[in-house]
Design a protein around this ligand. Structure first.
Ligand code: ADP
Length: 373
C-alpha cells in the first residue's frame, strides 16, 4: 500500500490486513492475534488494532506491561502499547468500561470511531497493520473498508453448514470495495484425539472443499478446536507466543506466509491471471495481462458451470445436458469474485455460475498433447 498522507498515523504503514468474520464468537480475534504474531516471527514489523468496539478482546489476549496511554506532543497521536513484539491498540485500553460490555456506540458512529482510532495511533514504521474487524458484513464493515486503505482481507469462519454462505457474503462485501480476500480460516475445524491423534471433523468437512472447488481458493486453513488456544488466550499469551513450536502454531505460520506471498504478488501486479469478459454478440474471452486472448463460446462456458444445480455435490455427476443449453445463450453479467474466480449470470436466468480462473485455464487454455501415430 502506498503510504497514505491523508491518514497521519498510517504514513509509514506498508500494508493493512483486515481479519473479518460474518458472526461473532467464531475465533476472529484469536486468529488475528496469532496471525499477527506469526507475521512478526518472520521478522516483519507488525501492529494489531482491535476494532471490535462492541467486545474488545485484545486486552484479554495480550497483556502489555504498561497500559497507560500517552499522546505524542508534536501531533497529538496516541502511542501504541507493546506486547510480544507487536504494537497493539484496542478500545478496551482507551475506555476500560467497554471491557464490561458497556458499548453504547451505534451504526455509522462505529466505523467513524474505528477509522479515527486506526489513523490517530502513531503506528510508526510497520510492514503490517492487522485489523481485527467488528464482526458482520453490514454497513459498519463496508464503510470501514472504504475509509481505510485496506490491502487485503482474511475471513474467519467455522465449519457449520451455513459457513460457506457466510464466507461468500464476506468475500462479496470486500469485493464491492475491491479488497481481495487472500485467505479463509476455518476455525474449530476438527478435534484431534489426544489418545490416538485421529482428526475428527465433528461438524463435517465444512466449507473448505467447496471453497477450493468452487472459488479456486488456494489458501484455506483449518485450525482445530483446541482448549489450549482458549486457555493461552485467556492468560494473555496467545498460542504462537506461548508454544511457538506446536503444530497448531505452524498452521498460523503457513497462513502468515500465504498472506504475505499473496499481498506481495498483488502489489507487484504480476499475478499473470486472466480476466473473464464477454465480447457482445460473440465469444467470452480469457484476457491475459500480456494481451493474449483465449475465446470461449458462451454455451461451452455455461456447460462448464460447476454450481450445485449443474453438478451433483455428492457424486460429481453433471446435472445439465449440452442439448438443454440454448445455443444463443450469453452472459448478462460477469464479476470477479475474490482473487481467483469470476461470477457469471446468464440470459437463461441462471445466476450461480462461479468459475475459478485455474479451472477455466485448465479447461479452455491447456494445449492438447499431440498424439504421435
Ligand atoms: P471472535 O473474535 O470471533 O468473537 P474469539 O477469538 O474471541 O472470537 O473466540 C471466541 C472464544 O472461543 C474465545 O474464548 C476463544 O478463546 C475461543 N476459541 C477461539 N478459537 C478456538 C479454537 N480453535 N479452539 C478452542 N477455543 C477457541
Amino acid at each position: 500500500m502506498p503510504a497514505n498522507k491523508e491518514h497521519p498515523g498510517l504514513t509509514d504503514v506498508q500494508r493493512i490486513l483486515a481479519v473479518s468474520s460474518c458472526k461473532g464468537g467464531v475465533g476472529k480475534s484469536t486468529t488475528a492475534v496469532n496471525l499477527a504474531l506469526a507475521l512478526a516471527r518472520y521478522g516483519l514489523r507488525v501492529g494489531l488494532l482491535d476494532a471490535d468496539v462492541y467486545g474488545p478482546s485484545l486486552p484479554t489476549l495480550v497483556r502489555p506491561e504498561d497500559t497507560q496511554l500517552f499522546q505524542r506532543e508534536e501531533d497529538g497521536l496516541i502511542l501504541p502499547l507493546a506486547a510480544h513484539g507487536l504494537k497493539v491498540m484496542s478500545f478496551g485500553w482507551i475506555d476500560p468500561s467497554q471491557q464490561r460490555g458497556a458499548a453504547i456506540l451505534r451504526g455509522p458512529m462505529v466505523s467513524q470511531v474505528v477509522s479515527q482510532l486506526a489513523t490517530r495511533v502513531a503506528w510508526g514504521e510497520l510492514d503490517y497493520l492487522v485489523i481485527d474487524f467488528p464482526p458482520g458484513t453490514g454497513d459498519i464493515q463496508l464503510t470501514l473498508t472504504q475509509q481505510l486503505p485496506i490491502d487485503a482481507a482474511v475471513i474467519v469462519t467455522t465449519p457449520q453448514q451455513l459457513s460457506f454462505v457466510d464466507v461468500v457474503k464476506g468475500i462479496q462485501m470486500f469485493d464491492t470495495v475491491k479488497v481481495p480476500t487472500v485467505a479463509v480460516v476455518e476455525n474449530m475445524s476438527y478435534f484431534q484425539c489426544t489418545a490416538c491423534g485421529d482428526k475428527q471433523h465433528i461438524f463435517g468437512e465444512g466449507a473448505r472443499r467447496k471453497l477450493i472447488e468452487q472459488f479456486g481458493f488456494r489458501n484455506t486453513y483449518e485450525i482445530p478446536l483446541d482448549p489450549r488456544l482458549s486457555s493461552d488466550g485467556d492468560e494473555g499469551t496467545p498460542m504462537v507466543a506461548s508454544r511457538p513450536a506446536d503444530p497448531v502454531s505452524a498452521v498460523y505460520y503457513e497462513l502468515a506466509e500465504a498472506v504475505h506471498g499473496e499481498i506481495n504478488t498483488l502489489q507487484s501486479e504480476s499475478t499473470g491471471r486472466p480476466e473473464l469478459s464477454y465480447n457482445v454478440g460473440q465469444n467470452c474471452e480469457l484476457l491475459y495481462p500480456d494481451g493474449r486472448i483465449v475465446e470461449i463460446p458462451p454455451a461451452e462456458l455455461r456447460f462448464a458451470c460447476r454450481c450445485a444445480q449443474c453438478v451433483s455435490e455428492s457424486t460429481g455427476e453433471k446435472l445439465i445436458h449440452r442439448e438443454d443449453i440454448d445455443p444463443e445463450i450469453y452472459p448478462t453479467a460477469i464479476k470477479p469474485v475474490g482473487n481467483y474466480a469470476a461470477h457469471v449470470e446468464w440470459s437463461d436466468g441462471h445466476r450461480s455460475s462461479i468459475y475459478p480462473y485455474d479451472y477455466l485455464i485448465e479447461l479452455f487454455d491447456t494445449p492438447v498433447p499431440e498424439v504421435t501415430p
